[in-house]
Design a protein around this ligand. Structure first.
Ligand code: NAD
Length: 337
């Protein structure tokens, strides 16, 4: 199938091209992100492939449908940026990669937590300057502290297990669906409010949805333990960044590690080192010594990229097969497992 692959980086091309040897799709790699201004590039392509920060709203979907696109393949799990209802109305099917090495994100989450708690990036920056002083690098053991895991799906359940079994934390969890395997090892399910009020560490692993947007807001931060550390590798808009900054300024929050940011689409995945960044909220966030930010890279392992490429190309092939058998194209968007 002819596929316009938007927002590609060298690593995307490497792993998609390798996986495509088993499929022979006609992949056209585009550097541009998909949005209203670039949707025209998809004209004539029956399938487009996009990533986390591409814009797949109603306007873009209408444009894609008019240009003959029948499938949007997300090479990620989260689909909060896709207007699923609009896709259904214009007869575009949607597939995603619901699971690709949750270990990649879970391990990265723990890496961020340790880096934050033990000041590893600051220590390394000092040593490179031949500054071997330890003042300001004091950390705290994870062992014995209470960690709250919001969302215990594929990724959150691994994080909860690592914290409980690996580090000996007390682990609280909040999720409408209780994982009995976590319950069995002593992870205690509580309400989101109880988790926020009772945790030394809060780590977010639930999807972004209308009900979870800004779940960490001023009220949540006011109810949190003084000295709480917050880690977010899920989606940026789970946190109200301005409230987070206020919490850091008031010292209620002892540290923040983020791999995602609510306005990241304007920043992440591009080299902006020669640019003036206009996002003052983001720039303020970077001024705190107790904040670590990375550019949405928790997924970036060989195993995850291999799985993403394989699942994406398999979903495209399945769609092509079905439509070649004469299935009606106008059907509800589907998420292929
Ligand atoms: P998942 O669907 O397996 O798990 C999500 C869990 O959140 C489910 O158990 C669900 O019941 C729970 N949940 C839903 N609403 C909730 C709420 N209001 N409060 C608490 N829990 C709630 O998803 P996953 O594969 O574990 O991924 C989790 C998130 O991680 C994704 O939504 C995605 O946004 C993010 N992610 C980030 C990266 C990255 O590179 N940083 C990579 C992959 C996924």
């Amino acid at each position: 199938m002819r596929v316009a692959v938007f927002g590609t980086k060298p690593y995307d091309r490497q792993f998609l091209a390798a996986a495509n040897r088993a499929f022979s799709h006609d992949l056209v790699f585009l550097e541009a992100r998909l949005d209203a201004t670039t949707a025209i590039l998809a004209n004539g392509f029956p399938a487009v492939c996009v990533f986390v920060n591409d814009i797949v709203d109603a306007g873009v979907l209408a444009h894609l449908a008019a240009g003959g696109t029948r499938l949007v393949a997300l090479r990620c799990a989260g689909f909060n940026d896709v207007d699923v209802g609009a896709a259904q109305r214009v007869g575009i099917a949607v597939v995603r990669v619901p699971a690709y090495s949750p270990y990649a994100v879970a391990e990265y989450t723990i890496g961020l937590l340790l880096a934050l708690d033990r000041n590893i990036p600051r220590a390394w920056a000092r040593v490179r300057e031949n500054n071997f002083a330890l003042d300001g690098l004091l950390g705290r053991n994870l062992h014995g502290r209470t960690a709250g895991v919001v969302g215990t799906g594929r990724i959150g359940s691994l994080v909860a297990r690592i914290l409980k079994v690996g580090f000996g934390c007390e682990v609280l969890a909040a999720d409408p669906a209780i994982d009995p395997a976590l319950d069995a090892i002593g992870v205690r399910y509580v309400s989101a409010g109880e988790l926020i009020a009772g945790s030394d560490i809060i780590t977010l692993h639930c999807p972004l949805a209308p009900g979870t947007r800004h779940m960490i807001d001023a009220a949540a931060i006011a109810s949190a333990r003084s000295g709480v550390m917050i880690v977010n590798t899920s989606r940026g808009a789970l946190i109200d960044t301005k409230a987070l900054i206020d919490g850091l300024k008031s010292h209620r929050i002892a540290g923040v590690a983020l791999d995602v940011y609510e306005q990241e689409a304007d920043l992440f995945y591009a080299d902006l080192s020669n640019e003036i960044i206009e996002d003052d909220v983001f720039q303020r966030l970077l001024t705190f010594p107790n904040v670590i930010v990375t550019g949405h890279q928790a997924f970036l392992t060989e195993e995850a990229l291999t799985a993403i490429a394989k699942t994406t190309l398999t979903s495209i092939a399945a769609f092509e097969h079905r439509t070649s058998l004469g299935d009606r194209v106008v059907e509800p968007p589907r998420f292929v497992a």
